[in-house]
Design a protein around this ligand. Structure first.
Ligand code: NAP
Length: 484
């Protein structure tokens, strides 16, 4: 299938660090449809050959399972082209159209790997230039706005020129194999459904921890913070995957309808819950891997009086029959004790104990998202270490490591998502109403912080966040996964 993939922002960080390696992997795996053109777009003057050399030099800096040989890279590079274009100049779109018209293609993907302030102008200009034909697909990278109003404004403009079915809003967490496996676990196995509810589940924890700080992006991050950067999109999408009802089929809208219902069922904030169910933090100087690292306020580009949160922990509840009363704890931050993302489903303890068990005999299911990718079911078992004590049980795990089971050369998140865009599969992309509902839920927290006279709580770089986050969950009688 011949396709055009126009990569607006073709020289940017996202393009060379994530998108080009993902396209290369698809090419290597033989899944990238034949006869495609990948056209990088930016403002620098460059020929196709120079663009290929630029991407080749950047490949030396990216992680790949196996380095390409010169010959292999050359074959991939023959798909790469370059178009100089200033996206703010309407005339430039006619030039792009002429370039695309040179060769017929069944699908044209317009990937906006540029700053979101350009999204509406680009959508309008693509429409004005007649580049919004039914075979065109528009890919929008996060962040889509910084609040509900700006998100709506982008969506409304985009939807004037493209139908919802043509718009692919990326949340790369949805492309992770473990998130797809979570759906498989829930909706392709009858085993878990009967216990996947309030009667059996005590609490659910979602952690997305990074050990990196803001690196060179302090100026950008300072206007954003952890709630906008991680919770509004990735964490809430994970919560939807965990909490949604079984969709009627595996089609995109059936799945998105169920996710939307979860977002609509999230209990709204009150002054009391804003005060007690949200903790914001900011990292202070500390140690990561034996190296001293600066605090957030000392990072380049960050305002020295900044109140931007680099950590957030919150307690959510879903007001429906399945989940009423079950706390969902979300926690994410930078400069934490490790790079780790996981979901923990904590089941209730046994109703009556005939053995001595750790943790009252409560089982848990841990879904590892990164760096490990797999499932662990924690069960009680007779370890028989002490042959005279047959009454005491130990905790052990059924451990399903997807990398070991299915191989590490599996399809990466961006590879999966790019192939889905080219093929027109919307399942792993976010619909505008989902995105708006997620903004509607987080916005009161942002407003509360603007008026809050309490500063973000400091936490030492290399820790699991401020102690208040443990205090918040302890009020319910629980603790975070690494403390259990
Ligand atoms: P970046 O490194 O600053 O790259 C921006 C790209 O856009 C460059 O190629 C730049 O080229 C081009 N560009 C900017 N203004 C342009 C204009 N008027 N006309 C044509 N091209 C223009 O940014 P990035 O990190 O790649 O991020 C791009 C988008 O993806 C942002 O919205 C970001 O939030 C999002 N995102 C990034 C990552 C990541 O890992 N980097 C992850 C998730 C989401 P010239 O300046 O040379 O024209």
């Amino acid at each position: 299938m011949a396709f055009n993939l126009v990569l607006f922002g073709g020289t940017g960080d996202l393009a060379w660090r994530k998108l080009m390696p993902a396209l290369f992997q698809a090419f290597r795996h033989g899944t990238l449809p034949e006869g495609g053109r990948i056209i990088g777009v930016a403002r620098d003057e460059m020929s196709d050959v120079q663009y290929r050399e630029l991407i080749r030099s950047r490949f030396d800096q990216v992680e790949l399972a196996k380095r390409p040989s010169t010959e292999e890279f050359d074959r991939f590079a023959s798909l790469l082209h370059y178009q100089r274009m200033d996206l703010s100049k309407p005339d430039a779109y006619a030039t792009l159209k002429a370039r695309l018209d040179e060769r017929a293609a069944e699908t044209t993907v317009m990937y906006l790997a540029v700053s979101p302030h350009l999204f509406t102008a680009v959508a309008e200009q693509l429409g004005a230039a007649g580049l919004n034909t039914p075979s065109t697909r528009l890919v929008l990278e996060k962040p889509l706005g910084h609040d509900l109003a700006s998100n709506r404004a982008i969506n409304q403009t985009v939807l004037k020129f493209f139908s919802e079915k043509q718009v692919f809003r990326i949340d790369h967490y949805l492309g992770k194999p473990s998130v797809q496996n979570l759906m498989a676990l829930r909706f392709a196995n009858a085993l878990f459904e009967p216990v996947w509810r309030r009667e059996h589940i005590a609490n659910i924890q979602i952690t997305i921890a990074e050990d990196l700080g803001v690196e060179k992006r302090g100026g950008y991050y300072d206007g954003i913070g952890a709630l906008r950067d991680m919770v509004q999109n990735h964490a809430l999408q994970l919560l939807c995957a965990i909490a949604m009802e079984p969709p009627i089929n595996a089609h995109a809208d059936a799945i998105r309808d169920e996710k939307l219902k979860v977002l609509r069922s999230l209990k709204r904030w009150t002054p009391a819950t804003l005060a007690s169910h949200v903790v914001r933090g900011q990292y202070a100087e500390g140690n990561i891997g034996g190296n001293k690292v600066p605090g957030y306020l000392q990072e380049t580009g960050v305002n020295t009086a900044s109140q931007t949160e680099t950590f957030v922990a919150l307690r959510a509840e879903i007001a429906n029959w399945r989940w009423a009363g079950v706390p969902f704890y979300i926690r994410t931050g930078k400069r934490m004790a490790g790079r780790e993302a996981h979901i923990v489903v904590n089941f209730h303890a046994t109703p009556h104990a005939i053995f001595q068990t750790p943790n009252g005999g409560a089982n848990k299911l841990v879904i590892h998202l990164q760096p490990k990718d797999g499932l662990e079911l924690h069960l009680m078992a007779q370890a028989q270490a002490n042959r005279r004590d047959t009454n005491s049980l130990s905790l052990t795990q059924l451990d399903l490591d997807f990398d070991k089971r299915f191989g590490t050369e599996r399809v990466g998140a961006y590879e999966r998502l790019l192939l889905d865009v080219i093929d027109g599969r919307l399942n792993l992309f976010v619909r505008s109403d989902e995105q708006e509902e997620a903004w509607r839920w987080v916005e009161p927290v942002l407003t509360h912080w603007q008026q809050d006279t309490n500063l973000p709580r400091q936490y030492t770089a290399g820790s699991w966040g401020p102690s208040a986050a443990s205090g918040m969950i302890a009020k319910d009688g629980f603790c975070w996964e690494e403390e259990s």
